[in-house]
Write a protein that binds this ligand. Sequence first.
Ligand code: NAD
Ligand code: WQD
Length: 345
Amino acid sequence: MTGTILVAGGNGYIGSHVVVELAAAGFRPVIVDNLANSKPEAARRVAAIAGAKVPLLVGDVRDGAFLDAVFEAHDIDLVIHLAGLKAVGESVAEPLRYYDVNVGGAVGLLAAMRRHRVRRMVFSSSATVYGDPVSVPITEDFATGATNPYGRTKLMIEEILADLVASDPAWRAVSLRYFNPVGAHESAQIGEDPNGIPNNLFPFIAQVAVGRREKLSVFGGDYGTPDGTGVRDYIHVVDLARAHVKAAEALLSGALATGAHLPINLGTGRGFSVLDVVHAWRRATNRPIPYEVVERRPGDIAACYADPRLAASLLDWRAGFDLDAMCRDHWRWQSRNPNGYEEAA
Ligand code: NAD
Ligand code: WQD
């Protein structure tokens, strides 16, 4: 399929992989990003992988005049909205900043889309909207209830999309609820490059493996899970990116003409414990990965994994990469770029 897709936040970890897959599928991606959490080198590498020019338009999704210029210069068919802030702890400390950037950014982007009659959006939501689920696996009709400001911004944006689609049937919107995205492109040219101490398990282990950190702290060994450590649904970022292509195709072809906003889980449907992940990293790296079990991290839940059948039936999408491939590709990126994009600057 062809078409021009504005990828807001397209210079970030997930967005850069989405742009590569869009280009591979025949779309023309246009990146909008304010570089708050990414470096221009990412877009240069994306263009090299894609073998195509990919415009990087530097600006903020809250800036209406900037967005008007983007929509006037490019004939946009659909928007994939990944721009925003994503650190749970930071959102507790700075809620207004999160509501401003995430909710304000989404409203600003949707308003600009309406001005330019672009009414197709794929939104980056999160499994965090399920809060502490009553059971696993999680289907899309489970009760939602975020437990922190970051999660509430995702829920609010989903509700805004639902209201918008209900107000005008010309709109179509899908919220992709990501479980735990990990891994990197097989070229090892793009990947996750967190600032400071990583909050998330994979980037932390990657830095232990590469020798930047001494050992992993395993947050809690007394959950009601098979080995007592937290269980999550890790999903390879390239699988995740391909689901965005499928969602864009389904919205543009009219295959998802439901007249309602659709939330769709993106996960593998399998849960792995922290210790399963440590063992997989040892296999992938042939390195020891020292760890110590410490106190639970406040706000964490025991187990969270998806029922991914709706994505299979509506988007014809299934995850293809297993946990070993996720570790292998994350490691290839980390070991070839021990300081992320930094040395290339
Ligand atoms: P990221 O920080 O790597 O990417 C986000 C990008 O958005 C960055 O390049 C940043 O510079 C840009 N950005 C931030 N604020 C902006 C603004 N106001 N205007 C324009 N650009 C802006 O994060 P990511 O991991 O790629 O996540 C992408 C999206 O997916 C986010 O919305 C995040 O909430 C969501 N998500 C991520 C995860 C995860 O574990 N990584 C899980 C679920 C959902
Ligand atoms: C995974 C498991 C930890 C780090 C977060 C956000 C969520 C979503 C994805 C955006 C848990 C354990 C972790 C460490 C550990 N993001 N862990 N030591 O918490 O499932 O989800 O990222 O939407 O909103 O909350 O991911 O990678 O932080 O943790 O033991 O140093 O690893 O306790 O069981 P989480 P994570």
